[in-house]
Ligand binder design. Structure first.
Ligand code: PMP
Length: 285
């Protein structure tokens, strides 16, 4: 079924959408993106995604194609035109089209693309089962705080996971977990402390992470934002990931180690429920 997508000022059927072969997103991965989830036709935590989008643009000295309000209007129009009830909206901004040159060209018009994707976010069957992950070396660049479209390393990590019969990969640098291939990673120690890596250039500052950290504080969980090792993962009582489209998702196996009793843990389940309750409250307003 054909979607209506948005490209540089126009809403067009996906088959008619065009971007230049000279686009720097295509040639240099010179672009950034955001993914917001949609529930009951409404955007979840979109303000956070807008703030991070602007930060990514500023960090790369990239022009803003339009205002946040204009982007939000496009998002709402796409939800309407595609009759999207549940799923996600993808947004990408690149530096635009110019003759190939490593140096940033002056005054190119940024490319803006948005599209919707239907997805069973709330009732995803994996949510109750939990996922398995393997640990792999983190071979990404050193500015993972910028949400660029240069995603080949996480694609390779995901393929490594698939080949090993696992659902996803957690990436490791100098013996410590950075994050999941497309999500933030957490463990819960046997003492009940939630541990996740501190924010820095080494990981993406997840919008869902921030919301879940606030929920953990509200529920009086002990949280430590620090480095943690692969060994700590293997000995964890619980583990989970967060992302805009997975919310809070329990991890039940890390490499060969079964986590807890092999089922989603209590804290993981509570945080997932609390996050969904908050999202539902947001869209009920
Ligand atoms: N880390 C990485 C590497 C990601 O790709 C993502 C998802 N885009 C996240 C973390 C989670 O971020 P968010 O909660 O904003 O989706």
């Amino acid at each position: 079924m054909s979607r209506i997508v948005y490209v540089n000022g126009e809403f067009v059927p996906e088959e008619e959408a065009k971007v230049s072969v000279f686009d720097r997103g295509f040639m240099f991965a010179d672009g950034i993106y955001e993914v917001s989830s949609v529930l009951r036709g409404k955007l979840i935590d979109n303000n956070g995604h807008m703030v991070r989008m602007n930060r990514s643009l500023n960090e790369l000295d990239m022009a803003h194609p339009c205002t946040d309000e204009e982007i939000e209007a496009i998002q709402h129009e796409l939800i309407k035109r595609n009759n999207l009830d549940e799923g996600l909206i993808y947004l990408q901004i690149t530096r635009g089209a110019a003759d190939r040159d490593f140096a940033y060209p002056k005054d190119t018009k940024p490319t803006l693309v948005l599209f919707t994707q239907a997805k069973n976010v709330l009732g995803n069957p994996i949510a109750t089962k939990g996922i398995s992950v393997i640990t792999v070396e983190d071979i990404r660049w050193a500015r993972r705080d910028i949400k660029t479209v240069g995603l080949l390393a996480p694609c390779m990590a995901k393929m490594q996971a698939k080949a090993a019969g696992a659902d996803d990969a957690w990436m490791v640098e100098d013996g410590h977990i950075t994050e999941g291939s497309s999500n933030n990673a957490y463990i819960v120690t046997k003492e009940g402390t939630i541990v996740t890596r501190q924010i820095g250039n080494e990981i993406l500052n997840g919008i869902t992470r921030r919301a879940v950290m606030a929920l953990a504080a509200k529920h009086d969980y002990k949280v430590e934002e620090r480095l943690f090792t692969v060994e700590e993962c293997h000995n964890a009582a619980e583990a989970f990931i967060t992302s805009a489209t997975m919310f809070v998702q329990a991890v039940v196996k890390i490499d060969d180690a079964v986590i807890g009793d092999g089922k989603p843990g209590t804290i993981s389940n509570q945080l997932r429920e609390a996050y969904i309750a908050e999202a539902m409250a947001e869209i009920a307003d």
